[in-house]
Structures are given as structure tokens and as C-alpha cells.
Design a binder for this molecule. Sequence first.
Ligand SMILES: [Zn+2]
Length: 134
Amino acid sequence: MSDFNWQQGFTNGRFLWIEWHFWKVVGWLGNGIFFSRFFVQWYATEKKKQVVVPQIFWWLSLTGSLMLLCYSISQKDSVFIYAYLFPWIPYLRNIIIHRRHKNAHQDCPACECSCPPKSNFCSACGAKLPPPET
Ligand SMILES: [Zn+2]
């Protein structure tokens, strides 16, 4: 059954050729959130001039794919249900690892810049960092 009709773009209850209802909104919002992650990742990479996957990328992946999972369950479509049934596991795992790594960063006492875990000197000002507390 098709919800898309080329002949009826804005008539018979359609907007942008689509017949809208609750699950259609959930599905399209999920689609938009999931798609936006590419621009976020691209922007972060261009800004740093190296391949970067920011933490927000995984949040957008998780949120978008769970919304698409809800939509596919509402549509009882096995292909899309299985497509979105498991990806939340690596998304959630990446969020946890991101958090742990961020928390392991140390603040420089001289310039207050955040330095990578286990570094001995500040990457910004070169000051000696205190040994990590264990
Ligand atoms: Zn510093």
C-alpha cells in the first residue's frame, strides 16, 4: 500500500504528496534526525581538518534509529524492523566509551585546557600536568 501519490500533492488531506498520520510524523522525524548526523559529522571533520565523530553523532544515530524502529513496528514491515532492531547497541556503546574517555581527560592547572588522558604535559601551553589520581 502506497502513501505517496504524485497526482495529489496538496489535495485529499495530503501535504507534500504524503498522507500524514501520527506514525508518519514519527517516521519522518526519525528520518530527519538520522540524516542530520551526516552533516554534523561532516562539519566536525571539516572544522578539525581530520576525521572526527563527535558524541552528538551517536545521539542522533540512537534517537533517529529508535524512532525509525517504532515506525517500522507500527507498519509491521519485517525488512525495516530488522534494519533498526540492533544498531542501537553499538550507538549506545560508543556513547558510553565517549563519556569514559571525556571523563578521563585532565584539566591543565595553568591554562585550564582539557588534555587527553595519560598525558604528562599540556598540549596547549606545555605546562607539566599532575600525575593522574588512582
Ligand atoms: Zn595548559
